[in-house]
Design a protein around this ligand. Structure first.
Ligand code: 5AD
Ligand code: SF4
Length: 483
């Protein structure tokens, strides 16, 4: 398959119903999928619409990882019922992981959902939308113009073509893009829905990944984040050569014009040491690792089917820090997993103290239908206990983040500037005269993914800039530019 950028088709869809509105829940994979879908819609002549009430095509790209995420989507679908009953002037497509999980049940339960399409079928979405619109325009049986499109394992070539047409479209961050390196997951952690909705692990051909990165860099992208559920298990065989994540990093690093490369999410097993050496030797490869631990208790890790022990996990990070001293680590934890005792929770707090994460995402366990934990383990930690543990973990992380960030005061860091800061008022130390300087407050990130705000001209957006840190909170560093 060759790579090419196709120009948009001629606008054949100029009427009001040809506007689209897309809302994305969940992870970075979903953000990328939404971008690819947007790309296809625009090629077909659809125009973006900034309010759901005016859009002819409404797309919810959904997440299934926790029940709460699904409930939010169901409520959004529910809110469209009245408009559907009165006017039927829109086509609602529910796509993503929840679409895959609920499938026909979504179509059966919600008349206003015209299309339900899983994450491995999104290359079909525009055709499905056109079909529904045509059948409805013909006015014969509008209720029956509804489609379900779920997994077909034979479809990966078509998904590859979709990825290869990737035209980055984030207007807020035009110089940062995601590139998928693999699909699905083989790990089957006992709590996780991902392998059931995104399928088994498939690594993309390395040439496709590199060509896509080149294509994006040619369009002005400065930072690429490579995406995979367990990205260090990337493995692609071509003419007797086996390629891994380290090979991708080396090749992408060679692309001229690109400033930074990140990769998420890593799994704490089979992590090639070569990757740490590349972080240390290749300036564009960021010294940042997103390495979910999920728990600090071996007993719970076993029940989660995580296939490593707490000491394996610590040892991996210590090896990394020995090679890359400035390495920063972000973690994920689940609290209140079935059977989690206070002593397990204390072990998780202890792991957090030991690793000193840059930041952590903490989630209350949510049973997901058909997973092993759902089938075999009672959700026996009461919600108030889960909530208490969640707050304790977050409070500890807040303390660690604050302490570690104080150590950065006075240091110089290089940041990639992202644009205007969303919360300039948070920098309460800025005197009135500061806030009246000619420059607005901008935000950027270090190699280690730390957020830095500083005053500077807007044209610095998308550029690498040196700043000196003068103040720090647990999640934000405040810097000033060298004039
Ligand atoms: N309940 C709570 N959190 C979950 N995660 C995955 N599945 C569940 C679940 N059933 C969390 C894990 C994972 C992150 C993306 O979401 O921490 O790393
Ligand atoms: Fe889910 Fe585990 Fe796969 Fe991550 S590694 S996507 S938590 S099954």
């Amino acid at each position: 398959m060759s790579f090419y950028i196709q120009e948009p088709h001629k606008n054949k869809n100029q009427n009001m119903n040809a506007t689209y509105y897309i809302e994305t829940m969940g992870c970075q994979m979903n953000k990328l999928d939404s971008e690819l879908v947007t790309n296809e819609l625009e090629r077909a002549g659809y125009q973006p619409c900034d309010h759901i009430n005016n859009a002819g095509i409404i797309i919810f790209n959904t997440c299934s990882v926790r029940q709460h995420a699904e409930e939010k989507v169901l409520s959004k679908i529910g809110q469209l019922r009245k408009r559907y009953m009165q006017k039927k002037d829109f086509v609602l497509a529910v796509i993503g992981c929840m679409a895959q999980r609920l499938g026909q049940d979504l179509l059966d339960g919600w008349d206003q959902a015209a299309i339900v399409c899983g994450p491995n079928q999104i290359h079909e979405l525009v055709d499905l939308i056109e079909k529904v619109r045509t059948e409805r325009d013909q006015g014969t049986k509008p209720r029956q113009a509804r489609y379900l499109s779920l997994n077909d394992p034979e479809q990966d070539d078509l998904l590859e073509e979709l990825d290869s047409r990737h035209q980055h479209r984030d207007e807020r961050l035009p110089f940062m893009a995601f590139v998928r390196v693999m699909r699905g997951c083989n790990y089957f952690c006992s709590y996780c829905i991902v392998p059931y909705v995104r399928g088994r692990e498939r690594s993309r051909p390395i040439k496709h990944i590199i060509d896509e990165c080149k294509q994006l860099t040619d369009k002005g992208v400065k930072e690429i984040t490579l995406l995979g559920q367990t990205i260090n298990s990337y493995r692609y065989e071509d003419h007797d050569t086996i390629y891994g994540l380290a090979d991708i990093l080396e090749s992408v690093h060679a692309i001229e014009g690109l400033d930074r490369i990140r990769f998420v999410t890593s799994y704490p097993r089979h992590f090639e040491e070569r990757i740490f050496h590349l972080m240390a030797s290749l300036p564009k490869v960021c010294s940042y690792l997103h390495l979910p631990a999920q728990s600090g208790s071996d007993r719970i890790l076993k029940a989660m089917n995580r296939r490593y022990t707490v000491s394996d996990y610590i040892e991996l990070i210590e090896r990394g820090k020995a090679i890359v001293p400035e390495l920063t680590v972000a973690g994920d934890f689940i609290c209140g997993f079935p059977g989690e005792q206070e002593s397990d929770h204390q072990a998780t707090l202890e792991l957090m103290r030991r690793i000193r994460y840059k930041n952590c995402f903490v989630f209350k366990y949510s049973p997901r239908p058909n997973t092993k934990a759902w089938q075999k383990m009672a959700d026996d930690v009461p919600d108030d206990v889960k909530q208490g543990r969640l707050e304790e973990l977050l409070a500890l992380q807040h303390e660690i983040g604050y302490e570690d960030n104080q150590g950065l005061i006075g240091q110089s860091v290089e940041i990639l500037v992202e644009g205007f800061s969303k919360n300039p008022h948070l920098d309460s130390d800025r005197s009135t005269s500061d806030t009246e300087t000619a420059y607005p407050q901008l935000t950027g990130r270090t190699q280690g993914d730390q957020i830095v705000v500083f005053d500077g001209p807007e044209w610095l957006t998308g550029k690498l800039v040196e700043v000196k840190i003068r103040k720090a909170s647990s999640l934000t560093l405040f810097g000033e530019r060298y004039e």
